[in-house]
Ligand binder design. Structure first.
Ligand code: HEM
Length: 165
């Protein structure tokens, strides 16, 4: 196995764990908050999901920087200047800051959830759709728009299930 395929495998596994856990986090938060009380078992499930999410993020970030290291030693520095990569790094930074703010309860749960969910899927799409090239600020503008849209959809879902935050 080459170092490159090792990084690809870890990057994909990190992505599966992270984006999967981010999805289940939303589902379980809705289920847990339906009655306005987080039971000990629900809290335990949520903690496990957030641990899986953190492991996924760490694995994706380490293997992501592994790619950059390989590009550097293989003289493929050009790839490091791709706008999609910088947009992805920005999204991952926002994901980290948002996680810290959510933990410190400095951001409302609804918008923290919308940022987390949208950031994971934006990072996945930016990794998968290699053919697309767009200016950095255009990618970020779509990202912000997607956060607002996801926030409104989550709000509707929360109202539908009577979630009490
Ligand atoms: C939330 C975290 C992340 C997710 C969900 C994610 C997702 C993905 C996905 C799905 C791919 C496509 C892999 C393939 O087609 O084989 C990819 C590729 C890539 N990612 Fe990430 N990524 C994340 C974080 C990062 C970070 C932090 C970096 C850089 C430091 C990075 C750098 C790259 C690079 C350079 C590629 C292209 C690899 C290649 O084919 O040469 N990623 N990413």
């Amino acid at each position: 196995m080459t170092l490159y395929s090792l990084f690809i495998a870890s990057h994909i596994i990190g992505t599966i764990l992270g984006a999967g856990a981010a999805t289940f986090a939303e589902i379980f938060v809705i289920k847990a908050l339906k009655d306005g009380v987080v039971e000990p078992l629900e809290s335990d499930y949520l903690k496990t999901i957030y641990t899986v999410l953190r492991v996924g993020l760490i694995v994706a970030v380490i293997s992501g920087f592994g790619f950059l290291f390989l590009y550097r030693i293989q003289g493929l520095e050009g790839l490091i200047y791709e706008t999609k990569l910088w947009a992805k790094l920005t999204v991952v930074m926002i994901l980290l800051i948002n996680a810290i703010m959510l933990q410190a309860r400095k951001i409302p749960l609804l918008w923290g959830s919308a940022i987390s969910f949208t950031s994971w899927y934006t990072a996945v799409f930016l990794g998968l759709f290699r053919g697309i090239s767009a200016p950095y600020f255009e990618i970020l503008a779509w990202y912000v728009l997607a956060i607002v849209a996801v926030g409104f959809v989550l709000d509707k879902i929360h109202n539908h299930f009577g979630v009490k935050i």
